[in-house]
Design a protein around this ligand. Structure first.
Ligand code: CP3
Length: 346
């Protein structure tokens, strides 16, 4: 099926679409009762991600609910540390727990040679999703950016102040750079393989970019992402790439200019006027409704969605949230949001 029948891909290539295409970060997940039911079939979350039948089904569930213009592979950014041989566990109510890396020695024992073999079930899932997708729906592959994945690998969990990761970088920047470089290599290979198995666009999640000061943002968010994008482009010149340096503030502009991404996902704190005037002339924008506004719904949600559309909807633009759908979200609100976006005209 020709790409130009997929509104998401047309927008990502720079076309202004009316209405703009829509998908939601974390559109699969616990806010859907059918997801919670499916999740019971796996022993743990990583097994769920590595069982193609379950991953395909979880990817397709939100499509039946609200027909987003893109499906996103059901997986997680932490499959890369798992594939590198670090112990990763997802605990109920606690989120991810990893055996934290402490030294260069811990980096040296990671096994980059087995990454693609270990992630074979993910590629099987991608092929299954592509076969099942309606012709107008695009398939997004993804990975975490090196900095964000490194924070989990060094801190051992989420929800920290990044003291260990920032401390390691401060005391031994060359040692920390070994970890970042390893992640650039492994993540590039992983994303290229996703494209070979059916991903039609890629998103790079740098969820903790906002923890970096300006100098570190340039060195640990922009520079590794630029190298990652260049490696993927060398193998897959046509693949569109969206970057998500969450919390980057005004540095979103430098991120766009220097990483070579085709589009950026805006977090909810980004000012819409700044986005329209300083960012949209140079890139495709995606975002940025506050996930908590989606929880509350009603006229507040409608007004917030219309404000985003009035500012950015003349495009090129893809409607999304500023971060992932949270488990408390009423499904009804997601349907209403999709209806609001689809009814909008410039
Ligand atoms: O629908 C989709 O968007 C695709 C699937 C997807 C998941 N995680 C599934 C998931 C994607 C794209 C991710 C990315 C991800 N994972 C990020 C980057 C985006 C962001 O939210 O900032 C990060 C930081 C992670 C790491 C992660 N995974 C955490 C911190 C947690 C625990 C918190 C939580 O929401 O449970 C996870 C678990 C996770 N990843 C779940 C899902 C559906 C919940 C697991 C469960 O079912 O119990």
């Amino acid at each position: 099926m020709a790409e130009d029948v997929k509104p998401f891909l047309a927008a990502l290539r720079g076309q202004s679409m009316v209405p703009p295409p829509l998908w939601l970060m974390r559109q699969a997940g616990r806010y859907l009762p059918e997801y919670r039911k499916l999740r019971e079939r796996a022993r743990n979350f990583l097994d769920f991600c590595y069982t193609p039948e379950l991953a395909v089904e979880a990817t397709l569930q939100p499509l039946r609910r609200f027909r987003p213009d893109a499906a996103i592979l059901f997986s997680d950014i932490l499959v890369v540390p798992d594939a590198l041989g670090q112990a990763v566990d997802f605990r109920e109510g606690e989120g991810p727990v990893l055996e934290p890396l402490r030294s260069r020695r811990d980096v040296e024992v990671l096994k980059s040679g087995r990454v693609l073999r270990h992630l074979e079930p993910v590629f099987t899932a991608l092929r299954g999703i592509r076969r099942a997708l309606p012709p107008e729906t695009a398939l997004i592959g993804f990975a975490g950016a090196p900095w964000t994945v490194a924070t989990y690998m060094v801190e051992g969990r989420g929800g920290t102040d990044f003291g260990r990761a920032l401390g390691w970088d401060g005391e031994d920047p060359e040692g920390f750079a070994m970890l970042i470089d390893l992640l650039v290599e492994a993540t590039a290979a992983y994303l290229i393989e996703q494209v070979r198995h059916g991903a039609e666009a890629l998103q790079i999640f740098d969820s903790w970019a906002g923890a970096l000061d300006e100098a570190r943002f340039r060195r640990l968010a922009i520079a590794p992402t630029r190298r990652l994008v260049a490696k993927v482009r060398a193998a897959c010149p046509e693949i569109p790439i969206i970057g998500f340096p969450r919390g980057a503030g005004v540095l979103y502009a430098d991120y766009v200019r220097e990483t070579g991404v085709d589009g950026i996902s805006l977090d909810s704190a980004v000012d819409l006027g700044f986005a329209r005037l300083a960012l949209q002339p140079n890139t495709v924008l995606q975002g940025n409704l506050d996930p908590q506004v989606l929880v509350r719904g009603g006229s507040e949600m409608r007004d917030a969605a219309l404000a985003i559309l009035e500012n950015l909807g003349r495009g090129p633009f893809i409607f999304n949230l500023g971060h992932g759908v949270v488990p408390e979200t009423p499904v009804e609100n997601v349907l209403q949001l999709a209806a609001t976006v689809r009814a909008w005209r410039p």
